[in-house]
Design a protein around this ligand. Structure first.
Ligand SMILES: [Mg+2]
Ligand SMILES: [Zn+2]
Length: 431
């Protein structure tokens, strides 16, 4: 596999951290330029044919990396004489590109399992797969809208006024493309990969969003630069690679994150508990992934549609995002086993494998994110949650908030009791 690294971006707001002026991809972290971290990660997955697109002060990059031998890869260079944006240079690479190739922005630090990403792309028969993730500032990031099969239906640009709820699915800057995308790229044009190419493909081509919890961060500001430096030193960046076993805190939704008010069937009824913001922030800054597992029989009972439920979850994502926190992923069961009500949606009135306390959703998350369940926790306000945790081999915490265990459907004894989600998270992550 081959990768094109877009290293032509301008220099930087990070001048205070570099003695001389350098292009942003050459900014050093713990003695190595960003590009070198990228090469190491790509090479680990056999992606060792590299094309670097150069612009501003490109000769500094060429001097450092040469033909790539020293770094165990081969590097070819394309030097832009006029700025061609993030996609324009691909036109000139047409004869050396392979059928499929990775494109990465040269100014981000990432460490990801490319085997997983590539197999996602193949499985979907995609023409373009974009790596996406939730971050702590979705409101000033480019985000995408996905359908229920992870197909991208829309790109929302960061400068657009968004007066609606949307999921925290931020474009991370790593792409896997099929060579056929070249039909969208014309000679000598400055083109933006997201806006001028991918967005035009959406109506007719298979464009998918690959959601990951792995570390991918840009360093647009000095604060973010310092944070990334710290995360590299502490091994957080490397550990996040999904080839490593992860730990997670699984959270119930109603009565745990949001105020308990029976069945929630419209966004107005989704009211996040104040302590949930603080609790989720603690999780975001910890080694634990934060994954929501929720039974939503509102679908089977026909109290709302899947689109309505998605909107409720968009509100959840949005409100958390405004406060700079996020959940890594959310899984719901739309089913209910008891048939025979006049208003029911028969399609979802089935005995399924995903309704808690069954472990279908937990297993799905564990597989996707390589989670070690024996090192993970389930936190919820019902005995159903406790039983789900037990059935999955996790430690469990029962909350006094929400239903406070009064559902009494199972006799499972939790490992811990806590007043609310914040107290529970503090049991998982002692101060
Ligand atoms: Mg609950
Ligand atoms: Zn189900």
């Amino acid at each position: 596999m081959m990768a094109v690294i877009l290293a032509g971006g301008l220099g930087t707001r990070l001048k205070e951290y570099t003695k001389e002026e350098v292009p942003k991809p050459m900014v050093k972290i713990n003695g190595e330029p960003i590009l070198q971290y990228q090469l190491k990660n790509l090479k680990k997955y056999g992606i060792n044919e590299i094309i670097m697109v150069l612009g501003y002060m490109g000769n500094k990059i060429k001097e450092y990396f040469g033909d790539g031998t020293k770094f165990g890869v081969t590097i070819k260079y394309f030097e832009e004489t006029i700025p061609l944006g993030t996609a324009g240079a691909l036109y000139y690479l047409g004869n050396i590109l392979q059928k499929q190739f990775i494109v990465v922005y040269g100014d981000i630090i990432f460490d990801m399992d490319f085997d997983r990403f590539i197999s996602f792309h193949s499985k979907n028969g995609a023409v373009c797969s974009m790596v996406i993730h939730p971050n702590n500032h979705p409101f000033d990031s480019d985000v995408i809208v996905l359908d229920n099969n992870n197909k991208v239906t829309e790109i929302l640009e960061k400068n657009q006024n968004r007066d609606f709820y949307y999921n925290n699915c931020v474009i991370a800057g790593v792409f896997l493309l099929d060579i056929s995308i070249l039909e969208y790229i014309k000679e000598g044009k400055k083109l933006d990969l997201e806006k001028d190419v991918v967005m035009k493909m959406l109506p007719t081509k298979k464009v998918f969003g690959y959601r990951t919890t792995e570390y991918l961060k840009d360093m647009g500001t000095p604060e973010r630069y310092l944070l990334v430096q710290e995360h590299i030193s502490k091994g957080i960046v490397a550990h996040g690679n999904l080839s490593n076993r992860q730990k997670a805190v699984f959270l119930d939704r109603d009565g745990t994150i949001n105020k308990y008010c029976g069945l929630v069937s419209k966004p107005e009824e989704m009211e996040i508990l104040e302590e949930a913001y603080t609790a989720i922030k603690l999780l975001n800054n910890s080694e634990y992934l934060c994954i929501v597992i929720t039974n939503q029989p509102v679908i089977a009972r026909n109290l709302c549609t899947i689109d309505d439920l998605n909107n409720i979850h968009k509100k959840l994502d949005y409100e958390l995002g405004v406060r700079g926190v996020y959940i890594d992923d959310l899984y719901y069961c739309p089913h209910h086993p008891d048939k025979g009500y006049p208003e029911e949606n028969k399609l979802y009135k089935v005995e399924c494998e995903c309704r808690k306390p069954k472990t279908g959703l937990v297993q799905k998350a564990a597989e996707k994110y390589n989670i070690d369940l024996s090192a993970s926790y389930f936190i919820g306000d019902t005995t159903v949650d406790v039983q789900t945790g037990k059935n999955s081999g996790m430690k469990t915490i029962l909350l006094a908030s929400g239903e406070g265990g009064k559902d009494a459907k199972y006799e499972a004894i939790p490992d811990y009791f806590a007043a609310d989600i914040l107290e529970a998270v503090k049991i998982v992550i002692p101060e």
